[in-house]
Design a protein around this ligand. Structure first.
Ligand code: BG6
Length: 485
C-alpha cells in the first residue's frame, strides 16, 4: 500500500542555491513529484541571497537536475516551470523576513494554498540561528495552516550550541513541528533494524549479553573531502559521522523493544540507550587522519595536503571507539565503533559476534578451530543481512567450515528508495518517527563532549588502509578483531 499524498503546502527552502539543495534535495523533490508524492498544487519556494528571479532560479535548477540525470529534458523543464519559485532574501533583518512573509502570503493567495508551510533549512550551521530568528520575527512560525521546520545536520557543534539551538526552536515551535534530519534514519536497512529485531524471535532471543560477545559498527567511506574542506576541517569525523549517523545505528541496535511503534515510544528507548552509555575513557578512543596513498591505482593526497586544509590540521578523518552500555542487556558486551574517510571500501555494517559454545569438542581435539557465529546487518551497499554459521564439510572426517545465510534486498525488492525521499515524505505527512528528538540530540552531544573538549592526539593512516594501527590494537587488546568487510 502506498503512502497517502501529502496535503497542499508551500515547501520553502532556505539555502536554495547551495550545494545540498541543488545536488541532493532538488533531484529528490523531482523524483517525488514524478511519483505524485509531491502532488500538483504544492509549490517549492527557494530562498537565498543570490540576485535571481523565478526564471533565473529555474534555469539554475534545470542545470542541476540535468547534471543529476534526474529525468528527460521535457520532464525536468515541466517540473521547474510548474513547481519552482524564488525569493531573494535581500537582507538578514526583521524587515528582510517581513518582505519574505508578504511574498509567501501573496503566493498562497494566488495559488489558493491552504496556508500549510514547511521550512527547510538547507544551510550551514552558523546560518541556523539568524534564519530561525528572522522566521520568528516575521511571525512566519504561525501559519494559517500547519507549519513544520526541518533542520539539516549538524545540529550544533557541541552540547552547549545544540542546547541553544533547541531553546531557540522551542521558543517558536512545538517539538512535534521540529524535524531534525539524520539521513541514516531514512535508509531502509536502518529502519529494518527494528523489524529484524522485534519481528523475529530467533533474532531477538540472541540479542543479549548471554549470547553476544561483542558488537561492531563500521561506517567506512572510500571518498575523501569532496570539496568540503572548510566544513570538514571544522567538524572532523566525530562531529560529521559519529555524533549522528553512527550513534543512530548504535541506539537502534542497543534499544529495548518499544511499547508501541509510536514515534515517542521508539525515541524514548533510543534515549535510554544513550543514557546508559558509560562515560568514554580516552584510552578507548582512536582519532586518525589519512596521509597520501593510492586509491584505484591513482595517487591521492594526504588530508593535510588537500586544498583548503591547513598543513598542521589535527582534525580527525577516522574515529574508533570502545563503548560500554551499562544496562541489563549489554553489561560487559563491548561495542566497537569505527568510521573514516579514504578507507578501502564504502561499507556500513553492524556485526554481532556470538559467544563461542561453552565447550567445543572440535576445538578440544585440537584439529579444527570453529569461528564464532556472526549476524551482520549490511546497511550499505548490498543492503540486507547475513548470518555466518558453521557446517560440517561432507566426508568421513569432521571438518568444519563457515557458511552464510544471506538476504539481500535487491534480490527481492529491487532498488531501494533514497533515504531523503523517505524523510521528505514523512515531513510532508507530519510523521516525526524518523527524526531526532531534542533530548536525543543533546544526550548524544553529552556523550561525546569529553572527547570534543580534550581530544586525544591524532595518529596517522595511509589512504586506502583500514585506519591507524591503534584502531587494530583497540580491539585486539580485548581479544577481538574487526570483521573483514
Ligand atoms: C554526511 C556526511 O552526513 O554523510 C558526509 O557529512 C558523509 O561526510 C555522508 O560522506 C555519508 O552518507 P552516506 O549515505 O553516503 O553513507
Amino acid at each position: 500500500m502506498g503512502s497517502p499524498a501529502p496535503p497542499r503546502h508551500l515547501f520553502v527552502v532556505f539555502g536554495a542555491t547551495g550545494d545540498l539543495f541543488q545536488r541532493k534535495l532538488l533531484p529528490t523533490m523531482f523524483r517525488l513529484s514524478a511519483q505524485g508524492k509531491f502532488p500538483p498544487g504544492c509549490l517549492l519556494l527557494g530562498v537565498a541571497r543570490h540576485p535571481l528571479d523565478d526564471a533565473g532560479f529555474r534555469a539554475l535548477a534545470l542545470a542541476s537536475l540535468r547534471a543529476a540525470k534526474a529525468g528527460t529534458d521535457e520532464e525536468l523543464q515541466r517540473f521547474c516551470d510548474s513547481t519552482l519559485l524564488y525569493h531573494r532574501l535581500s537582507e538578514e533583518s526583521a524587515a528582510g523576513y517581513g518582505v519574505l512573509r508578504s511574498h509567501i502570503e501573496q503566493i498562497e493567495a494566488s495559488h489558493l494554498l491552504d496556508g500549510n508551510r514547511l521550512f527547510y533549512l538547507a544551510l550551514p550551521l552558523d546560518a541556523f540561528t539568524p534564519t530561525l530568528t528572522g522566521i520568528g520575527q516575521a511571525g512566519l512560525n504561525k501559519a494559517p495552516g500547519w507549519t513544520r521546520v526541518v533542520i539539516e545536520k549538524p545540529f550544533g557543534r557541541d552540547l552547549a550550541s545544540a542546547q541553544a539551538l533547541n531553546r531557540l526552536l522551542r521558543g517558536m515551535f512545538e517539538e512535534s513541528q521540529i524535524y531534525r534530519i539524520d539521513h541514516y534514519l531514512g535508509k531502509e536497512t536502518v529502519q529494518n533494524l527494528l523489524v529484524f529485531r522485534f519481528a523475529n524471535m530467533f533474532v531477538e532471543s540472541m540479542w543479549t549479553r548471554d549470547r553476544i560477545e561483542h558488537v561492531e559498527i563500521t561506517v567506512a567511506e572510500k571518498l575523501g573531502l569532496e570539496g568540503r574542506a572548510q566544513y570538514y576541517d571544522d567538524s572532523g569525523a566525530l562531529r560529521d559521522m559519529v555524533q549522528n549517523h553512527v550513534t543512530q545505528l548504535l541506539t537502534l541496535v542497543g534499544m529495548e523493544p518499544p511499547a508501541t511503534k509510536d514515534e515517542d515510544a521508539i525515541r524514548n528507548e533510543k534515549v535510554k540507550v544513550l543514557r546508559s552509555i558509560v562515560r568514554i575513557d580516552p584510552s578507548d578512543v582512536v582519532r586518525g587522519q589519512y596521509t597520501a596513498g593510492t586509491v584505484d591505482g591513482a595517487a591521492v593526497l594526504g588530508y593535510r595536503q588537500e586544498p583548503g586544509i591547513p598543513p598542521t590540521s589535527t582534525t580527525e578523518t577516522f574515529v574508533a571507539l570502545r563503548l560500554k552500555i551499562a544496562n541489563w542487556r549489554w553489561q560487559n558486551v563491548p561495542f566497537f565503533v569505527r568510521t573514516g574517510k579514504r578507507l578501502p571500501a564504502k561499507a556500513s555494517r553492524v556485526v554481532l559476534t556470538l559467544r563461542a559454545p561453552p565447550v567445543s569438542f572440535f576445538q578440544a581435539e585440537g584439529e579444527y578451530e570453529a569461528s564464532p557465529d556472526r549476524i551482520t546487518i549490511l546497511v550499505q551497499p548490498d543492503e540486507g543481512f547475513e548470518i555466518a554459521f558453521e557446517v560440517k564439510v561432507p566426508g568421513r572426517e569432521i571438518r568444519v567450515q563457515t557458511q552464510r545465510m544471506k538476504f539481500h534486498y535487491a534480490d527481492v525488492f529491487g532498488e531501494l528508495p533514497d533515504g531523503y525521499e523517505t524523510l521528505l515524505i514523512d515531513v510532508m505527512l507530519g510523521d516525526p518517527t524518523l527524526f531526532v528528538r531534542a533530548d536525543e540530540v543533546e544526550e548524544s552531544w553529552r556523550l561525546y563532549a569529553p572527547l570534543l573538549e580534550n581530544p586525544p592526539p591524532v595518529v596517522f593512516y595511509a589512504a586506502n588502509t583500514w585506519g591507524p594501527e591503534e584502531a587494530q590494537t583497540l580491539v585486539e587488546q580485548w581479544g577481538h578483531r574487526w570483521n573483514p568487510p
